[in-house]
Design a protein around this ligand. Structure first.
Ligand code: PLP
Length: 422
């Protein structure tokens, strides 16, 4: 099939003119160089850009605090007591959940631990946790420490899924076969929805169905998936999920994270859970009773009263997602990433793309093995490109549909071509 893409800046510009989302770029503050020219920002998978509306949203909280003090919990324009509830509907749409299955709280790794406290229930015969061999380090540490906490040995309890020799990503058939062979020993499947290193988007529905059939609990870390790829956690019957909001969700450094707990658990949970007053039944929370009575749903896993200042930034960011059709965002995302892939194949054939080429197996990210490695990366950094370097030899670039343009992708590939051929 002939590619729909042409290798020219005029074509890139015409794609931008036809882009249904082009107005959204105006909603973000673009980092600039010393002359004020926007940099080519391709690290929205690491730290999403600041929505312009964040400042006024945060200032509103500062003003309410200044004018009302503690009374702002009840009398602020958006009162603080139920502030997180303002975000639940938007967030549940992003991950395909019912609102009572989602709550915003804590940070990602903390939530992974809280979820494992409830859902990793090892027994003598079934105590394994299945992860990707190249899972994000924090997830690996959290998993290993949970296993030790329960008195098992990470060396025998951690099952690692590795790509075949000479391949960079996992084959769906190999994941299925691993589950068939070892599923009966696996208590918990804990995969990244989109692998942070390779950008591979796993077939989360198939894996969840298969693993649950074998009696495993299924949890997903959606740090690189939320706000990036289509998710239907409720329909996929996932047991739980956790994600942060500072990557594709643009809520700022260290912004509050979120969890999903399927309603079959969330409504009447009698397993172990680590608790705090914010998860207590809302009606009686301030009567300060001695015994914990959970709020129904995911909210029952909250521990502490949250940072309203941080939630204000997330609120502003989620309002942008509310205004943008998820289908159109996904369509542009596929288009923009494929465009980058096409230009790389045409102009930089020496660059190996390790991210899957199937659009349904990736999101807004390509991971590139670049000849010249770190040297090339540094050269790009000196030429206005903000990309991401991962040892030992991978450059990650994320063309984000809400704010990146076809012209930026074109310029990035032109610079990479210049760097590689120099
Ligand atoms: C970004 C990321 C983290 C970061 O964890 P924090 O607790 O937010 O610092 C953890 N896991 C994955 C898979 C990530 O992509």
């Amino acid at each position: 099939m002939r590619s729909p893409f042409e290798n020219s800046i005029t074509h890139a510009r015409s794609l931008d003119r036809q882009d249904e989302l082009k107005a959204f770029r105006e909603d973000f503050l673009l980092p600039v160089d010393t002359t004020g020219k926007p940099l080519i920002y391709l690290t929205g998978n690491s730290l999403g850009l600041q929505p312009r509306s964040v400042r006024s949203s945060v200032e509103e909280v500062l003003d309410d605090w200044a004018q009302l003090g503690v009374e702002a919990h009840f009398r602020a324009r958006n009162s603080w007591m139920p502030y997180h509830e303002l975000l639940t509907d938007s967030m549940s749409r992003i991950v395909g959940a019912n609102p009572h299955e989602v709550v915003i709280m804590n940070s990602l790794t903390v939530n992974l631990h809280l979820m494992m406290a409830s859902f990793y229930r090892p027994t003598r015969d079934r105590f394994g946790i299945l992860i990707e061999a190249d899972a994000f380090p924090s997830d690996q540490y959290a998993v290993a420490s949970q296993i030790r906490w329960h008195g098992y040995d990470p060396d025998t309890a951690i099952h690692r899924l590795s790509p075949r020799d000479g391949e960079s990503t996992l084959r769906s058939t190999d994941i299925a076969e691993y589950l068939d062979q070892h599923g009966s020993q696996i208590a918990l499947v804990l995969l990244g929805g989109v692998n942070y290193y390779t950008g591979q988007f796993f077939q989360l529905d198939t894996i969840a169905a298969h693993a649950r059939d074998l009696g495993c609990v299924v949890g997903y870390d959606l740090a690189h998936a939320a706000g990036n790829v289509p998710l239907f956690l409720h329909d996929w019957n996932v047991d739980f999920a956790c994600w942060c909001t500072y990557k594709y969700l643009n809520a700022g450094p260290g912004s509050p994270a979120a969890i999903f707990i399927h309603e079959r658990h969330a409504e009447s949970f009698d397993g172990p859970r680590l608790t705090g007053w914010w998860g207590h039944d809302k009606q009686s929370r301030f009567q300060m009773p001695d015994t914990f009575k959970p709020t129904p749903g995911a909210e029952g896993w909250q521990l502490s009263n949250p940072s309203i200042l941080a939630m204000a930034a997330l609120k502003a960011s989620l309002e942008i997602f509310d205004r943008c059709s998820a289908e159109i965002r996904w369509k542009k995302s596929c288009h923009l990433t494929s465009y980058m892939e096409h230009l790389l194949a045409t102009r930089c054939p020496a660059v190996e793309i390790i991210t899957p080429s199937d659009e349904t197996h990736r999101g807004a990210q390509l991971s590139l093995r670049v000849p010249g490695g770190r040297k090339i990366f540094d050269w790009l950094s000196d030429h206005s490109v903000i990309a991401d370097w991962r040892e030992p030899d991978v450059v990650r670039v994320a063309p984000v549909p809400l704010y990146n343009t076809f012209e930026e992708v074109y310029t990035f590939v032109s610079l990479l071509e210049e760097a590689v051929s120099a």
